[in-house]
Ligand binder design. Structure first.
Ligand code: SF4
Length: 754
């Protein structure tokens, strides 16, 4: 393409965890002409899903906010940035003056994990908040995996990743990568990688209450009663001990603590006992345990369906316990630890030993839920706002989140947000959550921002690094996202509504560099802080790009400001627009361990105690009790892709899937309306009768329920669907992590007469 007709640029897709490379054709008029997979991307090699090309529609969406909104007389109106910041300043300082900083709170949503500006500046404004009331989408998603990794291996980022490209046997629980493209396992073309396992003679087994597309494409689908995976996993551990199948490789055996305690804890969990609860035949569990033990390499991988349940952390622990016991931890083809170019806690501190991981460094005010990773569960958000008393939340800041449709007991949270004295949201949409905000600050579109996946490369099946500069220039006068977050930080620090984000930026890079020099980091020895900041700031580089350059240069592959000329820096990534492949995952133990013992803790006491709690639930289940589960669709991603007509037209639908036996008993056919009722709420939604899920299970996708008054998402409102989180119960959480229980919710399902 010539300069006259336009240009082709490459960038990483920020829409899910797969980090696919995109080839974007930009016309001479700076309009997006075409988006397709980048065949030269070192990681995705041309793969793209239907969502990837919609960055164009997302950018052009007339509902995407381009100017700040302030609520006046109950209606959001466009204002200048100066007016918006004055309103933010007045609102926040008013609440601080009246109640103190303990009345402030914050919620950050899932898109923050895909965002360089958020990765570098969220911590700055959150620190400036001066309040412990921090919530995020982590507690309706993956925090059980962080807790399990933290207690077993030493840091919350110590989450082993299944080595998809070399494994001979993959056992997946509660994961549907054909729809999600993977989670906490960054793997562009996850489906292709699963097919490759089978093509090279390996085996893929999927355990799920639904026969998902992933299950269909596996060698075997094992249906399991929702919420009972802990019994299945415990029975596998039991069998590995009972049948003498434990085969920890010698290098790892000397690094393991708690083997006998684990064996004792698993003693009651025979496969027959598990079958009563899981409905998985004991013979199937026994065979799978033997297959796992016999496979040359194997990995067990569990995701959302086994994390968003009451025993989510126990499940995450048992999965990695099996990886250890079968000799598959930290070995090619097993479950391995990444060595990302930036940002991993497993590369900080002393190799092989650390302070370990603790939770409960504080408790929520009302229901005393323990802190985990500096946050409280979303489950307590509504009560912290609604319950009067010292420390009651009176103001909230949300960044790129829509908790009203994505967290438990939405109706109560909706009521709670409407009662706040002040709310500010950083968001591109006026949605079900931000409609409550007094001020909405819109960041630029994804194509107007630079990008690097700080978080997601921490869980990638290969070590890779890929930086994308902005594709399009921002319109004049519109701040970058990091500038919004830095200005927010300045306001929270009392620097006034006119604070220059550059001042915050200089302070951030200054403290990062002086902190590293002060700690005697050998990578920058010989250069003082001023010299390093000058090097980083050349050509006017500022903000996230400068911070990323510092992290790259001081990371495990870093150029170290000239000390390692072949190493990584931002300049190197700019010269490699298709990314830099840093190689397959390599064994990292014991160096990557950060437990106080320097060992893998196989049986932390809190997990063993949780096993006793699980055992109390053993017994025959009531098969007439319907259980609600969610589901993921390829063309959807939580709530934030529902304003793209190209995705929502056609088959994507918010329905209640039911097994034909249940439909018959209830007296409904596909298209009829059913009423679903839980302890906390009731919804009515169209039934979809299908034999792709177990009897006794009803599946409704989350992220729907659009078109409520005060929102501005026209396409979503045309096909609103129903908010399934009206049914999820905030009173039940995974006690170890605080994660919400979004799956296996007891409900009644009845026909709605015409
Ligand atoms: S799989 Fe994910 S990263 Fe890849 S194109 Fe689709 S949405 Fe983007």
């Amino acid at each position: 393409m010539s300069e006259q007709t336009g240009r082709i640029v490459h960038r990483t897709c920020p829409l899910c965890e797969a980090t696919c490379g995109l080839e974007i054709t930009v016309g001479a008029n700076e309009q997006i002409v075409r988006i397709r997979g980048d065949r030269d991307d070192v990681f995705s090699k041309g793969f793209i899903c239907p969502k990837g090309s919609t960055l164009k529609q997302l950018h052009e969406d007339p509902d995407r906010l381009r100017a700040p909104l302030v609520k006046r007389n109950g209606v959001h109106v466009e204002v200048s940035w100066a007016e918006a910041w004055q309103a933010v300043h007045d609102g926040l300082t008013g609440v601080i003056e009246r109640y103190g900083r303990g009345a402030l709170s914050a919620y950050v949503g899932n898109p923050n994990a895909h965002n360089l500006g958020a990765a570098t500046f969220n911590s700055v404004w959150l620190k400036s908040l001066g309040s412990r009331n921090f919530f995020s989408a982590s507690t309706v998603d993956q925090i059980p995996k962080h807790v399990a990794g933290g207690l077993m291996f030493g840091t919350p980022q110590s989450i082993p990743v299944p080595d998809l490209d070399r494994t001979d046997y993959l056992l997946m629980l509660g994961a549907n990568p054909y729809a999600s493209n993977g989670s906490l396992c960054t793997a562009p073309d996850f489906p292709g990688r699963l097919s490759a396992i089978r093509e090279r003679g390996g085996k893929v087994v999927t355990v799920d209450p639904r026969r998902t597309k992933t299950a269909d494409a596996s060698d075997e689908w094992v249906p399991i009663r929702p919420g009972t995976d802990g019994f299945f996993l415990a029975a596998i551990v039991h069998l590995l001990f009972d049948e003498g199948l434990v085969s920890i490789e010698p290098r790892i055996a000397s690094l393991v603590n708690g083997l006998d305690d684990l064996r004792a804890a698993m003693e009651p969990f025979t496969p027959e006992m598990a079958e009563m609860t899981t409905r998985v035949p004991a013979s199937t569990t026994r065979r799978i345990a033997r297959e796992l033990a016999a496979a040359p390499t194997a990995a067990v991988y569990g995701r959302i369906g086994v994390n968003t349940v009451e025993f989510g952390t126990l499940n995450a622990w048992l999965i990695d316990a099996i990886n250890v016991l079968t000799g598959n931890i930290d070995t090619p083809g097993g479950a391995m630890f990444t060595l990302p170019a930036v940002g991993s806690a497993t590369t900080r501190g002393t190799p092989g030993k650390g302070k370990g991981f603790v939770t409960g460094r504080g408790h929520s005010r009302v229901s005393k839920r323990p802190e985990v990773m500096g946050e409280y569960p979303t489950a307590v958000m509504a009560e912290e706002i609604l319950e009067p008393g010292d420390g009651q939340v009176r103001a909230m800041i949300t960044v790129a989140g829509n908790p009203v449709v994505s967290t438990q007991n939405s109706s109560r949270l909706d009521e709670a947000l409407s009662s706040l004295e002040f709310m500010v949201s950083v968001d591109i949409y006026l949605n079900e959550t931000t409609r409550h905000a007094d001020v909405i600050l819109p960041p630029p579109s994804a194509l107007e921002k630079d990008h690097y996946d700080v978080s997601l490369y921490t869980f990638a099946v290969r070590n890779v690094a890929n930086y994308s500069p902005p594709v399009l220039a921002k319109a004049d006068g519109r701040p970058d996202e990091w500038e919004i977050l830095a200005t927010l930080a300045g306001n929270l620090q009392g620097m006034g509504p006119d604070v220059d984000p550059a001042v915050i930026d200089e302070s951030v890079i200054g403290s990062m560099v002086t902190g590293a020099v002060g700690s005697g980091g050998s990578v920058i020895a010989g250069r003082d802080a001023g010299e390093i900041i000058d090097m980083l700031s050349r050509d006017g580089r500022r903000g996230p790009a400068r911070i990323l350059d510092f992290m790259l240069q001081t990371g495990p592959y870093g150029a170290a400001f000239g000390a390692n000329p072949a190493g990584l820096s931002l300049d190197v990534l700019l010269e490699n627009p298709h990314g830099v492949d840093l190689g397959a995952l390599e064994p990292r133990l014991p160096e990557a361990l950060r437990t106080p013992s320097g060992k893998i803790e196989l049986a932390p006491e809190v997990f063993v105690a949780e096993t006793r709690r699980l055992a109390e639930r053993a017994g025959a289940v009531d098969d007439t009790q319907m259980l609600l589960v969610g589901r993921r669709e390829l063309k959807s991603n939580n709530s934030w892709m529902h304003n793209m007509k190209v995705l929502t037209k056609g088959s994507l639908a918010c329905t209640a899937q039911l097994h034909p036996d249940d439909a018959r008993r209830i007296g409904v056919s596909s298209g009829d309306t059913v009423r679903i009722e839980s302890r906390v709420g009731v919804i009515e939604v169209a039934a979809e009768v299908t034999d792709s899920l177990m009897p006794g299970v009803v599946s409704v996708p989350h992220g729907w329920g659009h078109g409520v008054p005060g929102t501005r998402m026209a396409v979503a409102a045309e096909k609103p669907g129903v908010n399934s989180n009206v049914l999820t119960d905030e009173a039940v959480v995974d006690p170890l992590s605080g994660n919400g229980v979004l799956s296996a919710i007891p409900v009644t399902v009845t026909a709605v007469s015409a």
